[in-house]
Design a protein around this ligand. Structure first.
Ligand code: DC
Length: 224
């Protein structure tokens, strides 16, 4: 069984995808981690992130492993656990170079499909989460979700996560960053954030995590 969850930053999709996979006893695939890991690998090599050909070439040679863990996914790049490093504000800010490049996306989409299919074979299913999972990577998925929430609610969620990690940001800064990312995510020429045809759309603005997961489960059970 392949389930896709797409949506903008802060829509709750990562938490929902992880918990849905855990409840169903299937695998979870965080595809944003592939764009983040590539960005980090390029930064480590001091590559010019605007050099699409170099970035796509590096994507094709990426030594990347993703292992499921209780808290999400352990991401191993060149044998090193980079799970925390790929989530820093710097990588988050720079990941758009990789995400905006059609040449890079072609490589990473193939990689995501291979990892997703392998995980599904091993675990009986996968919940793949990102921006283009239902539209591009797994267009024949069994169940597709599109999660959304108002920009203000999404900014508050992100702000609380960042504040809990001790990062020094204001709610206003986070809201502005969310609006910029939305604009980029929705307007990129390849793999833009869209509601995939046939996706179940859920507004998570007023939902707790528990409500979100039980709503997703209800739809998955109905589809089975
Ligand atoms: O979901 P995230 O914040 O970890 O995503 C990191 C970056 O990768 C962000 O710029 C959006 C992009 N992304 C994408 O373009 N397609 C995906 N399937 C997943 C993430």
């Amino acid at each position: 069984m392949i389930i896709t969850i797409d949506g903008p930053a802060g829509s709750g999709k990562s938490t929902a995808a992880r918990l849905l996979a855990k409840t169903l006893g299937i695998a979870y695939l965080d595809t944003g981690a592939t764009y983040r890991a590539l960005t980090l690998a390029a930064m480590q090599r001091e590559l010019n992130l605007a050099d699409e050909a170099a970035l796509a070439d590096l994507a094709g040679r990426l030594d990347l492993h993703m292992e499921p863990a209780e808290t999400g996914t352990v991401v191993v790049l060149n044998g090193q656990d980079v799970s925390a490093e790929i989530r820093t504000a710097e990588v988050t800010d720079k990941a758009h170079h990789a995400a905006d490049s059609p040449a890079v996306r072609a490589v990473l989409v193939t990689l995501q499909r291979r990892i997703g299919e392998e995980l599904a074979r091993r675990s009986g299913g996968v919940v793949a989460e990102g921006r283009d999972q239902g539209s591009v990577v797994f267009p024949d998925a069994d169940v597709k979700f599109y999660l959304d929430a108002s920009p203000e609610v999404r900014a508050r969620r992100r702000y609380e996560e960042m504040a809990a990690r001790g990062e020094d940001v204001s709610l206003q800064q986070v809201l502005e960053a969310i609006r910029r990312r939305d604009q980029r995510d929705r307007s990129r020429p390849a793999g833009p954030l869209v509601r995939p045809p046939g996706a179940i759309e859920i507004d998570t603005s007023d939902m707790t995590v528990e409500q979100m997961v039980s709503e997703l489960l209800r739809w998955v059970r109905r589809a089975r």
